[in-house]
Design a protein around this ligand. Structure first.
Ligand SMILES: Cc1cc2nc3c(=O)[nH]c(=O)nc-3n(C[C@H](O)[C@H](O)[C@H](O)COP(=O)(O)OP(=O)(O)OC[C@H]3O[C@@H](n4cnc5c(N)ncnc54)[C@H](O)[C@@H]3O)c2cc1C
Length: 250
């Protein structure tokens, strides 16, 4: 199939290709050996604005569509999949806020990463992977906000993100229906981190365990739509929230 690119898409693609080969490729072998994924590795990407590509213009981003994003991150991922997933995970987190949160919450997320920052989404737990509805982290109401308590694992960007989306149970007796997601800034007291996983692949992506006993967390939305609550395994799980469905089905 022949793909015709617009001038703007071609320009973006050329810039990303040049960036990848000049800034990422020279370091990827060593970073892979060392399982290295530090915030400082992304300084050149922040400078170019790659972390804002998918954010809508009204939130200070470039507002590129998914197809253009896929082309750009395909080129980045060819050289360093870990580098690509670091940026993409930020967008996945942001999409959830955009779709299900308030404009103020989306603004908070966008402003937090604007000058060079990353986001992450934290669903998985030691006892809840494919079966995301089995999470045990709790969210207890405290005035207008919530106190989160629990442990998350395998969180992409978990050790370097500036803002977290954390899923927790507001009603443990309600199964998948009792899950909501919360917006938590990285510097909020009570959020702590374990270790960076020494993985077989994607070694240049930051994958961490995090623990939260965090108060004052605003709720974004309930995760699981009632109509499709018998969740299928990741990544198709309905309990992984609205952004997955939108990104897959347009
Ligand atoms: C590199 C990496 C990055 C990640 N990043 C994130 C992140 O950013 N945020 C986040 O929340 N999570 C993240 N995860 C976690 C990821 O979502 C989980 O690994 C995934 O949901 C699978 O869970 P699990 O590893 O516990 O495997 P399990 O759920 O234990 O599954 C093990 C195997 O059993 C199979 N299986 C499970 N249930 C069934 C069933 N009912 N029927 C048949 N087969 C079944 C699975 O297909 C799999 O092959 C990440 C994981 C990795 C490896």
């Amino acid at each position: 199939m022949t793909t015709t690119l617009t001038d703007e898409q071609q320009l973006l693609l050329d810039s990303v290709k040049e960036f990848v080969w000049s800034e990422v490729a020279p370091h990827v072998a060593q970073r892979d050996r060392d399982s290295q994924c530090e915030r400082s590795d992304f300084a050149p990407a922040f400078e170019l604005g790659l972390h804002l590509l998918e954010l809508p213009e009204e939130y200070g981003g470039a507002g590129i569509d998914y197809r253009t994003g896929a082309m750009l991150f395909e080129d980045l991922g060819k050289v360093d999949a870990g580098y690509a997933i670091t940026l993409v995970s930020t967008f996945v987190a942001f999409r959830n806020v955009l779709i299900a949160g308030t404009p103020e919450q989306a603004r908070l997320f966008a402003d937090t990463i604007a000058d060079g920052g990353l986001g992450c989404f934290a669903i998985s737990e030691p006892g809840a992977g494919s079966d995301a509805a089995a999470i045990r982290t709790t969210a207890v109401r405290d005035g207008d906000d919530y106190v989160l308590n629990g442990q998350k694992c395998w969180i992409t960007n978990g050790g370097i993100a500036d803002i977290y989306l954390i899923s927790a149970k507001t009603d443990p007796s309600a199964g998948a229906h009792g899950i909501s997601t919360f917006l938590v800034e990285a510097d909020r007291e009570g959020l702590s981190h374990g270790r960076h996983e020494d993985k077989m692949g994607l070694r240049t992506s930051n994958t961490w365990t995090s623990r939260s006993t965090t108060s004052g967390c605003p709720r974004i939305t309930s995760w699981a739509p009632r109509a499709r609550a018998s969740a299928s395994p990741y990544p198709g799980s309905t309990s992984h929230g609205p952004s997955w469905r939108r990104s897959r089905w347009g």
